[in-house]
Each structure stands twice: as C-alpha cells, then as structure tokens.
Design a protein around this ligand. Structure first.
Ligand SMILES: [Zn+2]
Length: 320
C-alpha cells in the first residue's frame, strides 16, 4: 500500500441528469491525482447487487479495481451491506429531507453540534461512513488523493457534508430546455438494453428546479460549490477545465484534450450514462438538437416553469 500524504478529498458532481455530468467526470478523471468512480449512489444496487458492467467492461464483481476497493473498505462486498446502505438511503438521503439536512449542517457549522434526533445522527453517520470508507479505499487503490463521485443528487451532497466528509461540489447546469428535450428521448441502457427513464417536460422542469435550488442552498450553507455550465464546458473545454482544476487544487495537465476532442482512458465507473464506457477519442461538441428538435410549446412550458433560475444561469429567454 502506498502512503498518501493528503487525506481523501471528494469531488461531488451535482445537478440534474442529462446535463453533462458523466462527460465532465470522465474529463476530470484524466487529470493527475483524480480518479472517477461513477455514480456511487447507484453502485450498491446496480454494481454490488445486480452485477452490472463497470466502465472497464467487466462485470462489477469481476472488476479488479472494485474487488480491491471492496476488500479494503469492507473486507469484501456483500449483498447484506448493499441492502443496508439502500435501506439507509431510503431513510436519510431523500430530496424532501434537504431542509432538515440544511438545518443540521448550519448547526454543525455554528458549533451547536446538537443533532436533534439521535436516530437521524446514527443513521446519517452510518450511511455517510459507508461512502467515506469506499472513497478512502478507492483513493488508496488508485493512488489518487482526489475521488470524483458523479452521483448528482443534492440530497446525497447534503448527507456527506452534514456528516463531515471533505466534499467539494461541482454544480453542473445546462439549459433546462435542452435537458427537458433529452429526458423525452428514448434511449436504451447499454448495460441491459432496457429503456432509460422518460420524463415529461413539466416533470423535468420540476426536477431541474429542485436539484439546482438544493445545490444553491448547499453553497449558502458554506460547502464549497463551483458552478459549471454545460455550454461553457463544451464551448471552451480547456479554459473550463483549467478553471476547475485551479479551484480543486489539481495540476491542469490537459494533454488529453485536442481540438474539439478528448482522448479518454479506461475508467472504473460503477454507474452513469453511456459515455462512461467510451475509451479513446471522443468529440466535444455541444448537443444543441433541442433548438430545432423540441416543439416550441414544450420549450415555452419549460421556460415558464424555470425562468428565474434559467436567467440566473445566463440562459436567454429568447433563442437567437
Ligand atoms: Zn472496472
């Protein structure tokens, strides 16, 4: 085992799905000292229990990286542990619990330190400990001080921060009209060929608002949060990644970036969108298909439901 001089730091990619978090995670995973883990929130069910494929192509239970991580973190993976984490998730890691978690976080920061409910303290502590042990083991196995978790959900970021995990949130936003268009599309999961979830534009708008407001609240509670716009990442990848690397204290070695493309190595991401399986060259092009592909009524509905935050993130009301 190598000796690492620094403690494990967690970069948590937050935001609503279809906003470019998986792609950003893959790019961050190419930076020195960073290892991309995928959506750890889904590792327990999809990796440990369902044995879906790791980003390297091996089934989770046969991936040499995750075998080592499981051994170091828990003395091996077990269905019992995964089911326990999932049970705890249902109890503490819920979007509707964000206001309560924010209160706990504020009390901790103020030094009050008095959790109101011992049950919440214990369950939250046990839940966050599973993640902490996984992150630390992954950092050791990869010999990287920084682990990237693209779980996205604001509620999990709150759980980790409230339990004292050293977490830096990268809040990824994308034009809600593009996100809504993406969630309407029929896409098959490469893991098993089943269709990915489809949401109506109204439902996507509600989720977009909830997740983004949750992450705004997290920043107000003093957790480090850096916001990245999908459109800036794809428009100026080098500049955006350099800025992000500086904020995270990582050396900005961007040799894997070319002109409008990137060269990706194998990543052991436990879950995420299909980009997690890509190895080799990948084009970095903005997907603006929604501008012509989405019906105008759908775009107007999304705008009507999300406009205050949409304007805050510099998305113009009218399309040029
Ligand atoms: Zn793997």
């Amino acid at each position: 085992m190598s000796v690492r001089p620094q403690p494990t730091r967690v970069v948590f990619l937050g935001g609503l799905g279809r906003s470019g978090t998986t792609l950003l995670e893959r790019l961050l995973g190419e930076l020195p000292g960073c290892v991309a883990l995928g959506e750890v929130v889904h590792l327990w069910a999809r990796g440990v229990l369902a044995d879906e494929a790791c980003g390297c192509g091996e089934p989770f239970g046969a991936c040499p990286f995750w075998l080592k991580v499981g051994d170091r973190a828990f003395g091996g993976w077990s269905a019992e542990r995964a089911e326990r984490v999932l049970e705890l998730r249902r109890r503490v890691d819920r979007t509707r619990r964000i206001p309560g978690l924010a209160r706990l976080l504020a009390e901790e920061r103020a030094g009050a330190g008095a959790w109101r409910s011992p049950t919440v303290t214990e369950e939250l502590g046990e839940y966050a400990t599973a993640y902490r042990r996984l992150y630390e083991a992954a950092a050791e196995v990869a010999d990287s001080p920084l682990v990237v978790d693209s779980s996205k959900h604001a509620s999990l970021a709150f759980c980790l921060a409230a339990a004292g995990v050293d977490v830096h949130v990268v809040h990824v936003v994308r034009d809600p009209r593009a996100v809504a268009h993406s969630w309407r599309r029929r896409v098959a999961r490469p893991e098993d060929g089943t269709p990915m979830t489809i949401w109506s534009p109204a439902r996507t708008s509600m989720h977009w608002l909830t997740q983004n407001l949750g992450l705004e609240l997290l920043a107000r509670e003093g957790v480090p949060v850096t916001r990245i716009r999908y459109e800036d990442l794809l428009g100026s990848p080098a500049r955006t990644l350099r800025r992000l690397a500086a904020g995270l204290g990582v050396r900005p070695s961007l040799g894997f970036l070319g002109d409008g493309e990137a060269e990706l190595s194998v990543a052991h991401t436990a879950s995420g969108n299909p980009v997690r399986f890509t190895v080799g060259r990948i084009g970095l092009t903005r997907d603006d298909g929604w501008r012509t592909g989405a019906p105008p009524r759908q775009r107007s509905l999304v705008t009507a439901l999300t406009w205050p935050l949409m304007l805050k993130y510099d998305y113009p009301w009218r399309l040029s």
